[in-house]
Design a binder for this molecule. Structure first.
Ligand code: ADP
Length: 544
């Protein structure tokens, strides 16, 4: 027997319409690409999204058409999220940090009809002029005065486009399973693959991340996502802010420690989200200034593991609650959250920080399992580790137009292979041991590069650390520790290895330590192990 309840579709346009109606005064503040701070309300954002939807319709955009964005976190990008998806078209966020070849591949694979681009990315598009076959126009996100000088054909001005349109629009109803947005993985292995979100998956994900036990968004918070809107929908935060009336502060193109600090401080930001490399810059700035941005209480960190030493610094020195979220593009992207349960909150700080270095519990509706090479489930005892698989209503069921990748991504029961290696303990707390391609295989056993890096970062003269496996004639692979020293310091190799001795198993100790000025980053701001492996391609271990 079916229930007798209304079958109203869950649609992204409802978020902004609701936000405008019930918390219309909520502010959205942007450090613009042009420079000045821009501020307006969500009611104004709604009106401009409706103008945009009218403009898209006039340009012939229909249900299911792909419309791309190439943009930083700004109010205009926020409008695009709602205007494009609200109409029933697919908002395809392009990552400007990808190589030209990858962008070319993605734009053509998705068959984007329009690209809405920040002016600063004009050179990227000019480089691709010959490759933009199906793209009918480039719309620059600025007014007439700030339009770039460009050789690109068919260029439009965003503000002019909106100015000519009606400020009201009846958001259409359609099947909630309709595609809403498209985001390609950064393709560190092979071609980028498209995760195609639906209205339903996005809305369910939004409910889940807003819940107090996950991000806990509410109109009492002021949120700054440093995580870019071109990276897995900025972890769903723009949608969540619209749903809850959370003031949203957008950093535009300026991610430097001092610029982020200033924005956090001036806009009374209480809560911020980003990858660890960004928070390292902020931590440096806070140490320099000897204070935290005045209202900042919580920091959400994801994308890669937060070193325990960083958690200890933020909390111990500045009283900021740092917690993990783990997920991936294919998961919309949130799968777990590392907020501590009440029983853990009263533990001594050392214990709390140990617990916070883990990726946390699944958020409601996400299921996790760990399996061995044969796909058999492994015990969840916090010790045994294996490949992590997930399923849930906001997890991809295949890749966009990519049969081969889709076939490889799931097990027999339809669970998605994350490519991560993890433990799960009796309380259901998951800890990432490594990405399966980064784990170091030494003498038939595995060494977690993350654990090793974590331990090394605890050394007072180590600013950043990365560990890669180097071929070894006897052990298959052995760990090489690569260190960026703390400003002006020159730690000794032996001193670092000595420091690690009581923190990790003896056979995990790195065979060598190398020093570098900086670590290469991926398009999503993580340390690029791929580039490190290339850099140390010809390097031979002293033990080999
Ligand atoms: P990309 O593949 O482009 O880096 P994703 O965001 O999809 O972008 O990356 C997902 C991967 O990032 C996960 O599979 C995992 O390896 C890593 N990751 C994400 N969040 C965390 C976290 N909190 N701790 C450790 N690793 C994480």
């Amino acid at each position: 027997m079916l229930g007798l309840m209304m079958d109203r579709p869950l649609l992204i346009s409802q978020l902004i319409a609701f936000g405008a109606r019930y918390q219309g005064e909520t502010e959205i503040v942007t450090r613009t690409i042009e420079g000045p701070i821009h501020r307006y309300t969500i009611a104004e954002a709604h009106e401009r999204s409706m103008r945009l939807a009218n403009a898209l319709e006039r340009l012939g955009i229909k249900l299911g058409d792909r419309v791309a964005t190439l943009a930083w976190n700004t109010y205009r990008h926020f409008e695009l999220y709602f205007g494009i998806s609200g109409l029933g078209a697919v908002c395809h966020t392009l990552n400007p940090r990808l190589f030209a070849g990858q962008l070319d591949y993605i734009i053509n694979h998705a068959a984007d009809r329009l690209i809405f681009s920040d002016t600063s990315f004009a050179p990227i598009l000019e480089n691709l002029t010959d490759k933009l076959g199906k793209v009918e126009a480039i719309v620059f996100l600025c007014d007439r005065e700030n339009m770039p000088q460009t050789t690109l054909p068919n260029v439009l001005c965003y503000e002019e486009l909106l100015a000519g349109e009606d400020p009201s629009f009846d958001w259409p109803d359609f099947d909630e399973r309709t595609a809403s947005s498209l985001c390609y993985t950064s393709g560190t292995t092979g071609e980028p693959k498209g995760a195609l979100y639906s209205h339903r998956s996005t809305m369910l994900h939004t409910f889940a991340v807003c819940a107090a036990e996950s991000f806990g968004l509410s109109s009492s918070e002021v949120f700054l996502p440093v995580v870019p809107m071109f990276h897995a929908n900025a972890w769903g935060i723009p949608y969540g802010c619209a749903m809850t009336g959370t003031k949203l502060v957008m950093p535009g193109a300026r991610m430097e420690g001092d610029m982020i600090f200033e924005l956090l401080d001036k806009e009374d930001v209480t809560f911020a989200a980003g990858v660890p490399t960004v928070w390292l810059m902020l931590l440096d700035e806070m140490k320099k200034q000897g204070r935290k941005p005045h209202a900042l209480k919580s920091m959400l960190v994801g994308g890669s593991a937060v070193p325990r030493a960083m958690i200890a610094d933020f909390e111990g020195k500045f009283g900021i609650d740092v917690f993990h979220a783990w997920g991936m593009t294919e998961m919309s992207p949130i799968g777990t959250n590392g907020r501590l349960m009440r029983t853990m909150q009263n533990q001594p700080e050392e214990k709390r920080w140990d617990a916070k270095a883990k990726q946390g519990r699944a958020i409601f509706a996400v299921e996790m399992k760990i399996v061995d090479e044969k796909g058999e489930r492994l015990p969840e005892d916090g010790v045994v580790f294996g490949e992590l698989l997930v399923r849930g209503p906001w997890i991809a069921s295949g890749y966009y137009n990519n049969k081969k990748a889709s076939e490889a991504a799931f097990d027999k029961e339809g669970w998605f292979r994350t490519g991560d290696v993890a433990t799960i303990d009796t309380d259901g707390i998951m800890q990432i041991v490594d990405r399966s391609k980064d784990v170091i295989k030494s003498g038939g056993e595995w060494i977690s590069s993350i654990d090793l890096e974590n331990a090394a970062m605890g050394h007072p003269q180590v600013a950043q650390a990365a560990v890669i496996g180097i071929a070894h004639p006897k052990w298959d692979e052995r760990p090489l520790l690569i260190v960026v020293p703390e400003g002006g310091k020159q730690p000794g190799k032996e001193d670092i290895v000595e420091f690690l001795k009581d923190k990790i198993a003896k056979w995990w100790l790195p065979d060598d330590v190398q020093f570098v000025d900086e670590l290469p980053l991926t398009a999503t701001g993580k340390v690029s192990k791929l580039d490190l492996r290339k850099k140390f391609e010809d390097y031979k271990l002293p033990t080999a």
